[in-house]
Design a protein around this ligand. Structure first.
Ligand code: MTE
Length: 328
């Protein structure tokens, strides 16, 4: 992670209200894609944003999702979610993903699942979208760098996907890998690149099967923008954002805890668990507060960080008896 916190590149005055998106929610249990032709190049920033974020998704409204999972806090405008982020494959600046991730080819796409499963195999994106019911989940996302967002994701529980491959009783961990395609990912070619590619993450099996753990295929009712991890990414809302690995191509069930990118790089700074915890500071900064996007120098929008990012009621039980200052 970079050493300095950066201010989002888009001043909040230029950010579009999202009420227009939110009012258009349709209740549909089908996971089919609606191939809506989009008006590219239209002057309105809202339409331009829609064009960049791809096709409309059919999904169940947040109100239909599990009670207590969705926050009613103000949602971070689409423009901020799509323009400020981390995707080191495209560079380390917060604006690099939006600038360069368009180079990534996301069609065709498939995800391979193997390891300790009864039925290893590959699913292509069309099959995934046809099989799983999509729902909207409005989650907080808290980066370890102390900025945060509220995002209306569209996706399905990771557990539903894993079940199809019949996890064996020996499976205790899950490893995820991101696409690694040097020619399309300038950050992986950079001589300053510090990550041993591909980007890797992992979860304990009970964390992976927890109903909060989501595979997102969209946000704000549209397919994921490339910079946010198209065509599918993990979202683990009670953990620091680096666990929410983007653009997944491989999932492996394991008996042992896998080595993950940030933990391998700086184990004193980034743990395997990475549960959001205001009591355990990062060695170089406090984790007590966060900047909720949109944030600017004049309006930093600083809010207190909550234990397990506000999801303690749902997940604290997973960590009973564990010393979270040691297993950070
Ligand atoms: N996944 C990959 N493959 N590469 C990355 O650099 N960055 C992580 C995570 N997933 C990252 C990644 C970090 S540090 C954060 S905070 C979130 O993505 C940011 O997600 P967003 O850009 O959609 O907000």
């Amino acid at each position: 992670m970079s050493r300095r916190l950066r201010i989002p590149p888009i001043p909040s005055s230029e950010i579009t209200a999202e009420s227009a998106y939110i009012s258009r929610r349709a209740f549909m249990r089908s996971a089919a894609l609606l191939a809506t032709p989009l008006a590219a190049g239209v002057g309105s920033p809202l339409l331009a944003a829609e064009a960049r974020s791809g096709m409309a998704l059919r999904y169940a409204d947040a109100a239909a999702g599990p009670a207590g999972f969705n926050t009613d806090e103000a949602q971070t405008p689409f423009e901020d979610v799509a323009s400020y982020g981390n995707f080191y494959e495209f560079g380390t600046d917060k604006s690099d993903p939006a600038r360069y991730a368009g180079q990534m080819t996301v069609d065709p796409w498939s995800v391979e699942v193997d390891g300790a499963v009864g039925k290893p195999g590959k699913l292509n994106l069309e099959d995934i979208l046809a099989v799983f019911d999509l729902e909207e989940r409005i989650y907080r996302l808290r980066c370890v760098e102390a900025w945060s967002m509220v995002v209306p994701w569209v996706g399905f529980p990771l557990g539903d996907l894993l079940q199809r491959f019949e996890p064996q009783s020996s499976a205790r961990f899950v490893e995820f890998r991101t696409l690694y395609r040097r020619e399309e990912m300038p950050g992986t070619r950079s001589f300053t690149s510090i990550i041993d590619w591909p980007y890797r993450e992992g979860l304990r099996m009970d964390e992976a099967m927890h109903p909060l753990t989501l595979i997102a295929v969209g946000l704000y009712g549209r397919t994921l923008p490339n910079q946010n991890g198209a065509p599918l990414r993990l979202v683990v809302p009670w953990k620091y954002g680096f666990k929410s690995i983007k653009s997944i191509v491989k999932i492996r069930l394991l008996e042992r805890q896998p080595a993950t990118s940030w933990q391998s790089l700086a184990p004193r700074e980034y743990g395997f668990y990475a549960n959001v915890n205001p009591e355990v500071d990062h060695p170089r900064w406090s984790q007590r507060y966060e900047r909720r996007l949109p944030s600017s120098l004049l309006r930093p929008n600083r809010v207190p960080t909550r234990m397990f990012n506000g999801y303690a009621e749902q997940v604290a039980g997973l960590y009973k008896g564990m010393d979270l200052s040691r297993l950070y």
